[in-house]
Write a protein that binds this ligand. Structure first.
Ligand code: FES
Length: 104
């Protein structure tokens, strides 16, 4: 199992999201800070080619900035039309103030 460095925990605003681009992830990963911890998903919306990290986080959901579709950040499930395909999610670990995604 590999660990991929994402960013410093302090880089991610509360109830917010940032985009990071680790080596090998051309489309980027969206890193979120929710009340119960850190989460990561693919940054590219599954509806069209738009970065979700430009959208709004609300109650554990990321709203796409283009058409208003949405995904559950914790599970990746599509929750609002026109999004119908789930986002890939990554388990996040915090170690010494840094965040890592687990890539199995
Ligand atoms: S591109 Fe995200 S909802 Fe259309």
């Amino acid at each position: 199992m590999n660990s991929i460095y994402l960013c410093k925990a302090g880089d991610v605003p509360e109830n917010g999201v940032i985009q990071v681009t680790p080596p090998g992830f051309d489309d980027g990963i969206a890193v979120y800070r929710l009340e119960d911890g850190f989460y990561a998903t693919d940054d590219m919306c599954t509806h069209a080619l738009v970065s979700l990290s430009g959208g709004e986080v609300e109650d554990g959901v990321i709203f796409c900035p283009l058409h208003g579709g949405a995904f559950d950040i914790r599970t990746g499930a599509a929750t609002e039309f026109p999004c119908t395909r789930a986002l890939k999610t990554y388990a996040v670990e915090e170690r010494d103030g840094s965040l890592f995604a687990r890539a199995d």
